[in-house]
Structure formats: structure tokens, C-alpha cells
Write a protein of this length. Structure first.
Length: 187
């Protein structure tokens, strides 16, 4: 009788163990599926941004950005670089350098310091009025066209139509300026 009772208890424990083993194996497989699903969906997320002082909503993802974002940031950087007085040049230079690729930092800083020195000695102020922005989101580049008004002291110089090309590097959600140069018009 003891042998039958012992065998019965042993069979019950083996069934219980097998049940828990099947349950834990199923949970392990489910966890692995969830981990794989999380990794596959992690690069698909887009963040929708609607700031109060920007005209259009835009999105940024882990590897790319919308054309609206490039356009808005190009206008922002253009204003920082081209709407300058001798008094505001240092502040705007520091603001622009915060968004500059480290590989381009030295060259841009040198160019902005030289522009500031020239503006200070010649009493030049500039104002930029953008007319058009063409963006290439795949290449992270943009060309902004606009009218540049310059004044020396109180004398207004003739308006110039200028084009600037901005090249960007997208690094961990940050858009960094890697090139900001004037380009000649093809007209």
C-alpha cells in the first residue's frame, strides 16, 4: 500500500513538474518573441513635434527627418548667421556653434569671428529675407535663397539675391551643421 501511495505521489509530482516546465517554456518563448518585436519596432518610431513658434509640424526618426524639419532648421540657422549687427554677432555666433558638427566647428568659428571683426570695423549690419528653401532630406542638405540687405552705418547698400547651401549631419536625434556656404546662382 505504501508503494502504491508513494508511486501515486511521485506520478502527481512528475505531472506537476511537467506542467510547470511547459508553462515556463511557453513564457520563455513569449518573452523572446516580445524582445524580438521590441527590437524590430525600435527603429520605426517617429516623434511628432509641434513647437509654438514654427510654422509647420514635422517629425524626426532614428535615421532620418522630415523635409519640413530641414526647412525650418535651415531658416533658423540662416537667421542666426545672416541677420547680424556688430553688437549681436558674438551671441549669434555662440548660438550657431551649439548646433555645429565638431569637425566643422573650428572652420565656422574662424569664419564667424572674421565676419564679426569686419562688421565691427566697417560698421556693417545685415538682414536676410528668405524667399525659397529647397531641401534634400535623404542627403541632409538644403539651399536657402533670399534677399540680403546690408547697411554701412546709416547708408543702405543695394539688395543682393543670395543662395546658401547648408549640409547637415544627423547624430542621435540632433541636426548638426556640417557646412554653411554661399553658392553662386545658376541664373
Amino acid at each position: 500500500m505504501k508503494h502504491i501511495l508513494q508511486q501515486s505521489r511521485l506520478n502527481h509530482l512528475i505531472k506537476q513538474r511537467n506542467g510547470y516546465l511547459i508553462l515556463s517554456s511557453g513564457l520563455l518563448i513569449l518573452c523572446l518573441i516580445l524582445v524580438l518585436l521590441c527590437f524590430s519596432l525600435s527603429n520605426r518610431e517617429r516623434i511628432i513635434l509641434v513647437p509654438p513658434n514654427i510654422e509647420h509640424s514635422f517629425w524626426v526618426a532614428s535615421q532620418n527627418v522630415s523635409s519640413e524639419y530641414l526647412s525650418e532648421m535651415t531658416l533658423f540657422f540662416s537667421y542666426l548667421r545672416l541677420n547680424v549687427t556688430p553688437e549681436s554677432a558674438d551671441h549669434q555666433r555662440q548660438m550657431l556653434l551649439r548646433y555645429t558638427d565638431p569637425r566643422y566647428f573650428g572652420a565656422l568659428n574662424d569664419a564667424l569671428v572674421a565676419e564679426r571683426d569686419r562688421m565691427t570695423t566697417q560698421h556693417v549690419s545685415t538682414a536676410f529675407y528668405p524667399v525659397n528653401v529647397q531641401v534634400n532630406p535623404k542627403a541632409f542638405s538644403a539651399v536657402v535663397t533670399g534677399d540680403l540687405l546690408s547697411s554701412v552705418g546709416t547708408t543702405q547698400l543695394p539688395t543682393q539675391r543670395v543662395m546658401y547651401q547648408l549640409q547637415y549631419r544627423y547624430d542621435e536625434g540632433r541636426l548638426l551643421v556640417s557646412q554653411f556656404q554661399e553658392v553662386k546662382s545658376h541664373d
